[in-house]
Design a protein around this ligand. Structure first.
Ligand code: SF4
Length: 105
């Protein structure tokens, strides 16, 4: 009973590695992408141009701009990642703005 075969030993090592790695992988998969992982949206992006995106809301001359509105208080903005639902795959500036702005509930 105390004898340990190589295949049993290998199985126990693999089980120990899996028990350690799986919860870690699960946590990594559940984490949102960090702001650093998303490239910043630039004003030369075609959709950004169409929606009048600016990285600093104070600089817009768009007629739809409402004073005080900015990405940080927009319902499409995710503060933890800088992501915007209107511009998937990009990070927008918290002080930015575009004409799709909608007040966060
Ligand atoms: S939709 Fe909202 S969060 Fe996205 S760029 Fe426009 S103002 Fe910013």
């Amino acid at each position: 009973m105390t004898e340990s075969t190589p295949s049993r030993r290998r199985f126990l090592i693999q089980a120990a590695v899996a028990a350690t790695a799986l919860p870690l992988l699960g946590r990594m998969a559940g984490q949102p992408a960090s702001a650093a992982a998303l490239p910043p949206l630039t004003a030369d992006n075609a959709q950004a141009k169409a929606l009048g995106y600016v990285a600093d809301a104070k600089t817009t001359k768009n007629a739809a701009f409402k004073p005080g509105s900015q990405c940080a208080n927009c319902q499409f903005f995710t503060a933890a990642t800088g992501a915007c639902a209107i511009f998937p795959g990009f990070a927008v500036a918290p002080k930015g703005w575009c004409s799709a702005w909608a007040k966060k509930a």
